[in-house]
Design a protein around this ligand. Structure first.
Ligand SMILES: N[C@@H](CCC(=O)N[C@@H](CS)C(=O)NCC(=O)O)C(=O)O
Length: 213
């Protein structure tokens, strides 16, 4: 039995849901908000962060650790390329997505979705403008420089790099921001192709239902 503790709009929890869906593995979702849940949660996630995985009694936190664990337990449809250089590239893009992309797309999501919908506060559009006009161009520019015209982020199959670049872009999208195809053609093409994948559509359907998007 596989259970993911987290919430569907968390970019880190979504990495795990997408990995499981890509591999075609069944899982349960235990709704745990960022930083929280019951006092027992700290036993499986010492930093109190989501996601945490439960698999047949074994528990482990952290999206990157979880995806690597799942790939070793369920090697069909691998998320990590076998070739050492492609694997290193995929892990680097995972790191870039988990840091720079989330740090700069997350605030758009926070201002435009989380503040009005969850905190009942007004969004700060100055922060959104700063992110879109000042902070994101060099970051998406880097992603633009490494993505291919077509296909997947790294190598010839879907990998953890696709997951980690896609997940923060989906948070930006919930905040009404999609990379401009004229400014970032390869990022926009990558995003459009990902949105056409059936397992990504399945994930988006769950997010829509849970959060009434
Ligand atoms: N490196 C962790 C980061 C997880 C993370 O930061 N999750 C956020 C929610 S998206 C969280 O739980 N934040 C609560 C906190 O930092 O206390 C991973 O990849 O799973």
């Amino acid at each position: 039995m596989i259970k993911v503790h987290g919430v569907p709009l968390s970019p880190f929890a979504r990495k795990v849901y997408l990995g499981l869906r890509y591999k075609g593995l069944d899982f349960d979702m235990e709704m745990v908000p960022p930083g929280g849940g019951s006092d027992d949660f700290v036993k499986i996630s010492p930093l109190r962060k989501i996601p945490a995985l439960e698999h047949d009694g074994f528990t482990i936190p952290d999206s990157s650790v979880i995806l690597r664990y799942l790939d070793q337990q369920f090697p069909d449809k691998p998320l990590y390329p076998a070739d050492p250089q492609l694997q290193a590239k995929a892990c680097w893009l995972e790191e870039y997505g988990d840091t720079k992309l989330i740090e700069n797309l997350g605030p758009i999501f926070f201002q435009r979705f989380f503040r009005p919908r969850i905190l009942n506060e007004e969004p700060d559009e100055d922060i959104v403008k700063q992110k879109i006009e000042q902070d994101l161009p060099p970051i998406l520019g880097y992603v633009e420089s490494v993505l291919p015209e077509n296909g997947f982020a790294v190598g010839s199959h879907f990998t953890v790099a696709d997951i980690a670049l896609l997940s923060p872009l989906l948070n930006g999208r919930v905040g009404g921001y999609t990379p401009d195809a004229a400014q970032y053609p390869k990022v926009a093409g990558f995003f459009a192709r990902a949105l056409e994948m059936d397992f990504v559509k399945d994930q988006l359907a769950v997010e829509k239902e849970v959060f009434n998007l």
